[in-house]
Write a protein that binds this ligand. Structure first.
Ligand SMILES: Cc1ncc(C[n+]2csc(CCOP(=O)(O)OP(=O)(O)O)c2C)c(N)n1
Length: 644
């Protein structure tokens, strides 16, 4: 059971009073096993009473009268029912920054969802982009969506980039946006500015499903449908616009809707004939190569990847979209991508979006390309994250992970003793290649070992030294750190790495890390992120959420005091135009003043070490930070480091 923080804990008396009066409340509300609402208890009409607290709202602050709640008290409402629908779907957390278009849902979560089992916990956020990113990171570890709520119009506008990240990363997010559909009920000009007839239109190009339900039954259907589509490969975010009145209106006697039994469809797998053909090509190939991107959705996916590679003794190139393959497995040949692709006669792409990028200009004559991807099942046109069209020889429009058990079985059946001995010889050579690549990486990492600013290799090596004996999990994509973790560390389990943001929309990592760390929390894992200073400055408020909810997490700032990626691009432009690169830092450097990340973190209640400039001080700073993290809270280490 997730912990509660002091600030979210209602008083015992308040809780008792609530439980006495709530009619939907209590474990009895959900019929065991079926997930349907049991015989609806009659709403208990509490005696109408004067609202004790004068409500203030943004509108009232600006002169509009507060809503008159006299005589309007009630204990059952649409949003309580919505809570039941969500938890019936297995949703455990809702991340949000408040907004009055979902105040009904907000109140239901804290006074109903958080007080009754199974608990639905509210996660307080500082920006909608963070709320969505938390849900994004959480889903990649929990293997299921959590919810996030956004204010109508402005809230969703803030959250939209993070939704795009989740979409491009094929990650389920159960998003809710408030709505005031009834023009006659909009109380002030602010309400009008926060009203939109079709709110989800803003993100329709990059969500799998949206709806604006007009009844509670409709909400239950739409929520189940949204969940179903978000969790059917390719996974993706969904959004429901939920009318304020539907949330806030009491449930009338005898009209309680059904939360609906949820059955998740099994993921689509490749058909038998195609699987047989793929197995035949792989078994007969002299140089088969497996390229995996977002292939392993779950721990089972990683285990299947190992089975397939070992059955064939084939090299695996990991595009690092997920934790697809153990980093130190002898068949892991990621560092030799160009060489292995160049000599391949059969290339199997598993959930490989950029097949073109991997093979373009390198394909050996006659080499066959095989693709297994759920990306072929579902596509939207406007945003072009699907990447270049790649002609392949065999394409299975199917989920790779769901297809793998059949492919492994077919490969094993087709493998003769003669082929097995060929595979064994191949495997021995690949094991040697892997070891050589590791030694080369270690040599490369030693270059500039004592340099200041600290090299990215040293930073990553020092982090690993401190976490290697812990149950650690890395929450960031590593491309800006030259993939040093994959080059140097040993990772064997699916939860130890979650890939990158999907659409490279900055501001992803702080929230996604907090979300992943939230999912790691119940396993007691040490969540670690290494992320850019520029990225952190987009959404630093995520650190406050980690502190507030006591989410244990080590955040290492790869502080190169720049938008370094963009420095390189501007340098490229200046070179092309023969104008010199001495001004390329302008608009790209994050200096003068330098950002003090320790103060920034301290200001949000987060322990911080740094700025560490001397590499010899790194171990001590990391040790002290990890000691704090082990108390179940976040800590940050600011490392003044090289660009890449
Ligand atoms: C929302 C958004 N705005 C702008 C960019 C363009 N962009 C890509 S990388 C980058 C710099 C990131 O800086 P930092 O996180 O510090 O990493 P660094 O490149 O310095 O290692 C920028 C601005 C982007 N990807 N997303």
């Amino acid at each position: 059971m997730p912990r509660r923080t002091k600030s979210t804990e209602p008083s015992a008396a308040g809780r008792r009073q609530f439980l006495k009066t709530a009619t939907l409340a209590g474990t009895g509300a959900l019929a065991a096993g079926t997930g349907t609402v049991a015989a609806a208890a009659e709403p208990t009409q509490a005696a109408p009473k004067k609202s004790a607290v004068q409500l203030t709202s943004r509108a009232s602050e600006q002169g509009a009268p507060p809503p008159n709640l006299e005589g309007a008290t009630h204990t059952t409402c649409g949003s309580d029912f919505m809570i039941d629908v969500m938890r019936n779907l297995g949703i455990e957390y809702v991340a949000a920054i408040p907004g009055n278009t979902f105040k009904g849902l907000h109140e239901s979560i804290i006074n109903y969802g958080m007080l009754t089992a199974p608990m639905l916990e509210h996660i307080s956020c500082m920006h909608e982009e963070i709320s969505v990113a938390i849900a994004h990171g959480y889903a990649k570890i929990a293997g299921k969506p959590m919810a996030c709520m956004m204010h109508s119009t402005v809230g969703l506008q803030h959250g939209s980039m993070a939704i795009y990240n989740a979409w491009a990363d094929r990650v389920p997010v159960f998003a809710i946006v408030g709505a005031q559909m009834d023009a006659a009920k909009r109380r002030s000009y602010v309400d009008w500015q926060h009203s939109v007839f079709d709110g989800p239109a803003l993100v329709r190009d990059f969500t799998k499903f949206d709806d604006t339900p007009i009844s509670l039954s409709h909400f239950a259907e739409s929520a189940n449908r949204a969940y179903k589509f978000s969790m059917t490969p390719p996974y993706g975010p969904t959004v429901l616009a939920v009318d304020q009145n539907l949330q806030e209106d009491p449930i009338e006697k005898g009209t309680l809707a059904n939360v609906l039994k949820h059955v998740q469809p099994s993921p689509p797998r490749g058909d038998d004939a195609a699987v047989q053909e793929v197995a035949r090509l792989l078994v007969n190939a002299e140089h088969p190569v497996i390229v995996a991107d977002r292939a392993a959705r779950t721990p089972a996916g990683l285990a299947l990847m190992v089975e397939l590679a070992e059955a064939l003794q084939a090299p695996v190139i990991d595009m690092y979209g997920r934790m697809n393959f153990p980093w130190r497995h002898p068949l892991n040949q990621t560092r030799a991508q160009a060489e292995k692709i160049g000599e391949a006669d059969v290339i199997l792409g598993l959930e490989l979006t950029d097949f073109w990028g991997v093979t373009n200009g390198r394909l050996a004559p006659g080499a066959k390309r095989i693709s297994i991807t759920s990306g072929d099942l579902y596509l939207k046109a406007n945003y072009q994250d699907f990447e270049r069209f790649t002609p392949v020889d065999i394409a299975l429009a199917a989920d790779a992970e769901a297809t793998l058990p059949y492919l492994v079985e077919a490969v094993r059946k087709l493998t003769t003793a003669a082929r097995r001995s060929v595979f064994e010889a191949r495997g021995a050579k690949l094991a040697h290649d892997h070891q050589t690549a590791l030694e080369q990486s270690r040599e490369a990492a030693a270059v500039g070992w004592d340099a200041q600013p600290i090299t990215t290799a040293r930073m990553c090596a020092e982090v690993y030294e401190q976490i290697r004996n812990e149950d650690w999990a890395l929450c960031n994509g590593t491309v800006f750190q030259n993939n040093w973790p994959q080059q140097l560390w040993t990772a064997t389990q699916h939860h130890q790495y979650i890939g990158d943001s999907g659409a490279y929309g900055l501001g992803y990592l702080p929230g996604a890390t907090v979300g992943a760390a939230l999912a790691h929390r119940k396993h007691g894992r040490l969540a670690v992120a290494i992320g850019g200073d520029g990225d952190l400055m987009f959404t630093p408020g995520a650190l406050w959420t980690a502190a507030h909810h006591k989410i244990q997490l080590l955040y290492v700032v790869h502080n190169n005091r720049a938008y370094h990626q963009e420095i390189m691009y501007v340098q490229m432009m200046a070179n092309k135009r023969n104008r010199g690169i001495d001004r390329a830092h302008m608009g790209n450097a994050i200096t003068d003043p330098n950002v003090d990340f320790t103060k920034l973190a301290n200001g949000m209640g987060v322990f911080a070490e740094g700025a560490v400039t001397d590499p010899k001080d790194l171990a001590g700073a990391l040790k002290r930070a990890i000691a704090v993290v082990k108390r179940g809270v976040p800590a940050l280490v600011d490392v003044i480091s090289q660009g890449r």
